[in-house]
Design a protein around this ligand. Sequence first.
Ligand SMILES: O=C[C@H](O)[C@H](O)[C@H](O)COP(=O)(O)O
Length: 223
Amino acid sequence: MNLKQIAAEHAAAFVEDGMKVGLGTGSTAYYAICRIGERVREGLNIQAVATSEASDKLAREWGIPIIPFDQIGRLDLTIDGADEVDPDFNLIKGGGGALLREKIVAANSDKLIIVADGSKAVQKLGKFPLPVEVVPFASEWTFQALENMGCQPEWRMDGQKQYLTDNGNLIADCHLGAIADASELNVQLNMLPGVVDNGLFVKMADVVIIAKEDGSIDELHRP
Ligand SMILES: O=C[C@H](O)[C@H](O)[C@H](O)COP(=O)(O)O
């Protein structure tokens, strides 16, 4: 079993009968969806929402009942991955482009459980380029505004074309280096007209599950 799978399967055990569950996106959340799917096939009764078209498809393949977001109500928990996790439970997410739906689903969850291998645990966020989701209208103007803020943005590409999120928006990956104040940066970015959201999840994670090189697991709970 690889480390992502170890962390994800540990988290899947948090899901109980009757729960409403948010399903994350990415190569770590993948294993959580598969494990939850196995449990559904064994008789676990849950309702779920997915944070991306890819996770929606995977969940349906496993037979996990997917409910439209606006019909499911408050979620008991969401299991998702992250690109970076700091000691204060702040995250960078969106390496897979799903940050907006992930943040909405996380905000609608009683508990956000983050699963990751040890490489994602950092002292300071920012080595991983911070994804910023930008509406296509006036996108070069927004890009310039990000540059003026010193964010060193770079459009995410999909071959020769600009990458498009599930919401039809663009992603500017911002090469920030160590982020001094994630909370302040989160607000500053989201105040820019044209920015839909960014990949900083400030104190949204409740539990962080890290699988380490030796196969052991750190299960950290936000105080
Ligand atoms: O947009 C994608 C998500 O935020 C992912 O959860 C994040 O990028 C981590 O992905 P992975 O588990 O593949 O490293």
